[in-house]
Design a protein around this ligand. Structure first.
Ligand code: PMP
Length: 365
């Protein structure tokens, strides 16, 4: 039998995305019977000690990796980052209050649209006029004093930009959609009021959503909210108010152990920096390829670029796929190419793409 690893392609998908191979292998080995338990992880009660240990272990490992302070709660939820677009204002944007949002991309725009259904939103900075090809400079953001919170999207998955430094919002809690760069490097959690992320890029499978929330903010969640959409209820029940996505939490736990084995967030940051640098160097080498994000805003996770024509882009995608480089087509809303190279994306895959790009340019350039 051919080992499964021999049939794996390099998967550049923006999400759900490639998972660490050792994580998949361990999950495969233990899928039918967890050692010492004799049941699949998908068959055990979420009220069992086995599962609670798994949940608390995963959270403890994440706390250790990211240095999450004691006054923050780590929640494992469902509904994706998209449900957070609604939950954040439902919990924290009271009538009469204003929430600041920075508009840096398609997902930020979606977060804004959902928040507007709940309360008063002020767009405090936007790079829409530049097709979201950059992050606004500090001077372009006008924060509202006394705002309920300020919201940013730390990495813009579709446009391939990221915040290089976190804005200082003073006493106003900063809320971040970190779906596409969560745990890709060191993070100072104390700078944020709440961080949320769909798991399906850097943490595990889809169906699981991570929320890290500062404890004092939970007092803002009204008892009138639906239980499932109330952060306080979720925190009081340690994410076990109802049946949580148990399999996803298991995989997230394995992913935390894998990150530890690489030297934690400093270790993965160095790897991510190296992978992205190789790719951007190739994009900048001759001018045949053109990076779409402004250089100082370039994302280490989603590398977006164009070729001289749409026909060449189509051909590039087709030939790349034929060469085992899958998922390079950019988001349908912006076109072009996008190489998503999250934590688990192997450096050998970046090397293979660079090699392919050189060869493609040689033949068609
Ligand atoms: N925010 C960002 C930055 C994203 O990249 C995505 C998904 N690609 C979302 C939100 C939406 O996430 P979900 O599909 O988990 O709702």
């Amino acid at each position: 039998m051919t080992p499964a690893t021999a049939t794996r392609v390099f998967n550049f998908s923006a999400g759900p995305a490639v998972l660490p191979l050792p994580v998949l292998e361990e999950a495969q080995r233990d899928l039918v019977a967890l050692p010492g338990v004799g049941m699949s992880v998908m068959e055990i009660s979420h009220r069992s000690k086995t599962f609670e240990d798994m949940l608390n272990g995963a959270i403890a490992d994440m706390r250790g990796l990211a240095g999450i302070p004691d006054n923050y709660r780590v929640l494992m939820m469902q509904g994706g980052a998209s449900l957070q677009f609604s939950m954040v204002p439902m919990n924290f944007l009271a009538p009469g209050a204003i929430a600041d949002y920075v508009d840096t991309g398609t997902w930020a725009d979606k977060a804004i649209k959902e928040a507007k259904k709940v309360g008063t939103v002020k767009v405090t900075g936007s790079t829409k006029a530049d097709k979201y090809n950059r992050i606004p400079a500090p001077g372009e953001i006008a924060l509202t004093p006394g705002a309920a919170y300020a919201h940013i999207t730390t990495n813009n998955t579709i446009e391939g930009t990221e915040w290089k430094s976190i804005p200082d919002t003073g006493d106003v809690p900063l809320i971040a959609d970190a779906s596409s760069d969560i745990l890709s490097g060191p993070i100072d959690v104390s700078r944020f009021g709440l961080i949320y992320a769909g798991a399906q890029k850097n943490l595990g499978p889809s169906g699981l959503t991570l929320v890290i929330v500062r404890e004092d903010l939970l007092a803002r969640s009204s008892d009138a909210l639906p239980m499932m959409m109330n952060y306080k209820v979720q925190a009081e029940n340690n994410s076990l108010y109802n049946t949580p996505p148990t399999f996803g939490i298991y995989i997230l736990g394995l992913t935390m152990k894998w990150l530890k084995s690489l030297g934690g967030l400093d270790g993965i940051a160095a790897i991510n920096q190296r992978k992205a640098s190789k790719l951007y160097a190739e994009i900048d080498r001759t001018g045949f390829y053109r990076g779409t994000a402004q250089k100082e805003s370039r994302s280490l996770m989603n590398v977006t670029f164009r070729l001289p024509s749409e026909d060449l882009e189509k051909l590039f995608d087709k030939e790349a796929t034929g060469n085992g480089l899958d998922g390079l087509k950019g988001h349908r809303s912006v076109g072009g190419m996008r190489a998503s190279i999250y934590n688990a994306f192997p450096e050998a895959g970046v090397d293979a793409l660079v090699e392919f790009m050189r060869e493609f340019e040689r033949k068609r350039g």
